[in-house]
Design a binder for this molecule. Structure first.
Ligand code: UDX
Length: 449
């Protein structure tokens, strides 16, 4: 890129979105100033350490050190005279379930007066209508700032890849020139850019997330019906997903969705609709299905073990998905607290997530082999690849009862049963513990109903 095309970009928020955005724009040749209010975070970044784990991020920050500045001081950001200011602060749910925009408003209040026109770019997920309110706030302060909504669609663990190879970039603007300037930043990525109004851009983000959650809750309900009818949801999802109108993604049945986005964004959209006088019935059901799905493993354990009081259960994987240490809204937290309430001895293992502050009363193990030793059941909660070889003879022999509940359908049921375990996945035919190893039905036996 010629030097004349290099821009200066300010970023508010050195969280996951802000740092990925900053590192990637620096990689594209732009100068980036990232400002955060947490001294520890800025100190860590100045010494070359990202404050959390994200694949490739540390390397990208290191490679672009010369183009990146980290600061606590809004004045440093202003002195760099950025043409774009990205807002990447978090918008957690309030007690009412709405998105809490207080950090966004703090940014609006703190924005420095710049020489010349600049554009404020909203990356944080905000309710529809926020752009209009922020634009009014900017004009009340007499700032010459355009406003663009540019939601992010990055998934944790692959965020750098997602930024550099997006399915699409969404740019919603009040003013065409501001929209064109932001779109130009993404042109080197050579991917579709959806230009639209600010309200629509805000809605695209909420609708995309809600649709993804709907797919997961849908396949989880199909899984539950599969369990009642003897079908196998993994095969069903394969057969459904090959229909080009439906596609194969987000059809993995499991213990329910969690993470930093889906739970808060589903509530925010539900409340946004409610605040506008509309009852979003489908989304309410999607959320409720997920809440129940997180607890279904308890019923599976009870079916195999009877009363859970005094039993020992190994929870394998605590992060909300593999590839991250993030525990926000992780199904493991619900499971652990339900099991502890039932009087279960919970032995927990995760290769990276540290849940000691969140799960009180469990025993934490450094190796999954330790977690399962003497256990009445092992539950796969996160699809960590190292659990693929869980069903080994030494694991079977070390457990009090060789029962695996596979909350992610990670293992091959036939292999696991052949290895002498009782196995139950999500939405797949199950095997009772008392027929270990499973014996085939005689050919003329009546089929179970
Ligand atoms: C998500 C969106 O993908 C991203 O576009 C948005 O910007 C932020 O939220 P993330 O939370 O990082 O990203 O994780 P993702 O990989 O999308 O998974 C979300 C949840 O759904 C996880 O709990 C995951 O385990 C679950 N999931 C996903 C399923 O249960 N089944 C699936 O088929 C896919």
């Amino acid at each position: 890129m010629p030097d004349s095309e290099h821009r200066t970009i300010g970023i508010f928020g050195a969280g996951w979105v802000g740092l990925v955005t900053g590192a990637c724009f620096a990689e594209l040749g732009h100068r980036v100033v990232v400002r955060d209010v947490v001294p520890g975070k800025i100190a860590a970044l100045e010494s070359g350490k990202p404050p959390f784990h994200e694949a490739e991020l540390a390397e990208l920050l290191e490679r672009n050190r010369q183009r990146l500045t980290f600061t606590l001081d809004v004045g440093v950001l202003a002195a760099a005279a950025p043409e774009f200011i990205f807002v990447c602060v978090d918008t957690p749910p309030t007690y009412a379930g709405d998105a809490d925009l207080s950090r966004v408003w703090t940014v609006v209040e703190e924005l420095p007066r710049l020489d010349g026109h600049a554009t404020l770019v909203m990356k944080s997920t905000v309710p529809v209508g926020t752009g209009e309110k922020v634009r009014d706030g900017l004009s009340t302060r007499g700032l010459d700032l355009g406003y663009v909504s540019n939601p992010e669609f990055l998934a944790e663990g692959r965020a750098i890849h997602d930024f550099m190879h997006p399915d699409r970039v969404v740019v919603g603007a009040f003013d065409d020139a501001d929209g064109a300037a932001v779109a130009a930043l993404y042109e080197p990525l050579d991917q579709p850019i959806v230009r639209c109004d600010v309200h629509s851009a805000e809605m695209i983000k909420l609708a995309a997330n809600a649709f993804l959650m709907t797919r997961i809750s849908f396949i989880n309900e199909i899984a539950n019906v599969c369990e009642a009818t003897g079908a196998d949801v993994v095969k069903v999802a394969e057969g459904v997903g090959l229909d080009h109108r439906l596609g194969p993604h987000f059809l993995r049945a499991g213990v329910g969705w969690g993470g930093s986005c889906f739970p808060k964004d589903s509530l925010a959209l539900k409340q946004l609709a409610a605040n506008s006088g509309y009852h979003f019935q489908l989304l309410s059901a999607v959320i409720e299905v997920n809440d129940l799905q997180k607890r279904r493993v308890i019923g599976k354990l009870q079916r195999h073990l009877g009363s859970l009081r005094g039993k020992t259960v190994a929870l394998l994987g605590l992060a909300f998905k593999a590839g991250t240490s993030d525990l926000r809204e992780a199904p493991s937290l619900v499971l652990a607290s339900r099991l502890l309430a039932e009087g279960v001895e919970v032995r927990a293992w995760d290769p990276v997530a540290d849940a000691r502050q969140l799960i009180h009363g469990a025993t934490f193990c450094d190796a999954y082999e330790d977690a399962v030793r003497g256990a009445d059941a092992a539950v796969i909660v996160t699809e960590w690849p190292e659990l693929r070889d869980l069903a080994k003879p030494e694991i079977r022999d070390s457990m009090r009862r060789p029962l695996i509940i596979d909350g992610r359908n990670l293992l091959d049921p036939d292999d696991v049963r052949a290895a002498g375990f009782a196995y139950e996945g999500i939405g797949r035919p199950t095997s009772p513990l008392d027929v270990l190893p499973e014996t085939p039905e005689p050919a003329d036996a009546p089929k179970p109903v």
